[in-house]
Design a protein around this ligand. Structure first.
Ligand code: TRP
Length: 329
C-alpha cells in the first residue's frame, strides 16, 4: 500500500475553507492509503513561539483535526517533535543540501524580505526539514497546496541526490497528490474570493465558532444593493453567499432564494438569517467536539502517544538503514 504523508502547521482555528479543502481529502485518504499526518512543531520554531504558545497550539490543532474526522485508528497522527529521528535525518540531508539552492527557494526569499529581524538558519533549511519529514517514512504521495510545490520539488532533489551519492535505490521519489475530484470552493464573507485567516476580520467561519459568532459574521457579510433586472447575473459578492448556502443549506432553500433573486424580490437580510442558522447547525457538531476534546487531556495524550509509537517504529527503521548506507556501521 502506498504511503501518504502531510505536515500540519500548528496554528489552530480551522475554518470551513480548510475543512472542504485539504482536510476532507485527508479524511478520505485514511481508508485507502497508509497515512501519516503530523503536527509540524519543529518547523514552527522558526518564528520563536513561547513554550506556552507552542504547547497550546499543538493541543488545539490536535483537538480540531480529531473533531473534524481524522481517525487515529486509521492513520498515524503524531507530533513531529515526538519523533526526533526526523532531526537526525535532517542533519544527514543538510550535508548534501547546497546553500545556493536553499537561498533560491521562494519561501526563503519572501522571509528575508518580510521577516528581516529573524532570518535564522532554520528558515534557510526549512526545505531540508520538510524533506526529512517525508523521507523518514519513505512517503510516495504528499497532498500539498501550490505554495508547497517548490518544497516538494526540493525533496525530490535531496531524495535523488542521496540515492545517487550512495548508489542505492533507497528513497522513493515523492509526488504531489490530490485525492478525489475538484475541491469545493469556499468563498469568504467580506467579499474576498476565498475564505482565509489572513483575509480580514469576519471573513472566515471557524469550526470552533459559537452560534453567536457565526450569526454576527454572517449578518455582516458583504452584498450589493440588489438586482434591478429579472434573471440578471449575480455579482461575485452575491454569488459567494449563494455558494456558501449551497454548502450548508438544503437544495430547496437555495432554490427559494435563487428564485427570489431572479424575481428581484430578494431580501438579503432574510437570506443571511437563513444562511446563519444553517451554518450554525453545520458547525455545531464540530465546535462541540472541539470544546469537549480540548478539556480531555487524557484522551489527547493517549492519541499522541499512540501516534508516536507508530511513527517511531517506521522512523527508527529508516534511520537504522540510512546510518548503514552512509557508513556508520
Ligand atoms: N510546510 C508545510 C506548510 O507550511 C507543512 C509541512 C511540514 C509539510 N512538513 C511537511 C507538508 C511535509 C507536507 C509534507 O503547510
Amino acid at each position: 500500500m502506498e504511503t501518504v504523508l502531510s505536515g500540519i502547521r500548528p496554528t489552530g482555528n480551522l475554518h470551513l475553507g480548510n475543512y472542504f479543502g485539504a482536510l476532507q481529502n485527508f479524511i478520505k485518504m485514511q481508508d485507502t492509503y497508509n497515512c501519516f499526518f503530523f503536527i509540524a512543531d519543529y518547523h514552527s520554531l522558526t518564528t520563536h513561539p513561547t513554550p506556552e504558545n507552542l504547547q497550546g497550539n499543538v493541543k488545539q490543532v490536535l483537538a480540531e483535526y480529531l473533531a473534524a474526522g481524522l481517525d487515529p485508528e486509521k492513520c498515524t497522527l503524531y507530533v513531529q517533535s515526538d519523533v526526533p529521528e526526523v532531526a537526525e535525518l535532517y542533519l544527514f540531508l543538510n550535508m548534501n543540501a547546497y546553500i545556493g539552492e536553499l537561498e533560491r527557494c521562494t519561501s526563503f526569499k519572501d522571509k528575508i524580505r518580510n521577516q528581516t529581524q529573524n532570518v535564522n538558519a532554520g528558515l534557510l533549511t526549512y526545505p531540508t526539514l520538510m524533506a526529512a519529514d517525508i523521507l523518514i517514512h519513505k512517503a510516495n504521495k504528499v497532498p500539498v497546496g501550490k505554495d508547497q510545490e517548490q518544497h516538494l520539488e526540493m525533496t525530490r532533489t535531496f531524495c535523488n541526490r542521496f540515492n545517487r551519492m550512495y548508489k542505492v535505490d533507497y528513497f522513493p521519489e515523492p509526488v504531489a497528490f490530490n485525492f478525489g475530484e475538484t475541491l469545493i470552493k469556499i468563498p469568504g464573507l467580506n467579499g474576498s474570493g476565498k475564505m482565509g485567516k489572513s483575509e480580514g476580520e469576519g471573513n472566515a467561519i471557524y469550526l470552533a465558532d459559537s452560534a453567536e459568532a457565526i450569526r454576527k459574521k454572517v449578518m455582516k457579510a458583504v452584498t450589493d444593493s440588489g438586482p434591478t433586472q429579472e434573471n440578471q447575473q449575480k455579482p461575485e459578492v452575491v454569488e459567494n453567499l449563494f455558494q456558501l448556502m449551497r454548502v450548508v443549506s438544503t437544495a430547496d432553500t437555495v432554490a427559494y432564494f435563487d428564485e427570489q433573486y431572479n424575481k428581484c424580490a430578494i431580501r438579503y437580510g432574510d437570506m443571511k438569517k437563513q444562511l446563519a442558522e444553517d451554518m450554525v447547525v453545520f458547525v455545531k457538531p464540530f465546535s462541540e467536539k472541539i470544546a469537549d476534546l480540548i478539556h480531555n487531556d487524557n484522551y489527547l495524550n493517549k492519541v499522541a502517544e499512540q501516534g508516536k509509537e507508530k511513527a517511531k517504529a517506521s522512523a527508527a527503521k529508516t534511520i537504522r538503514e540510512v546510518r548503514e548506507i552512509i557508513g556508520f556501521r
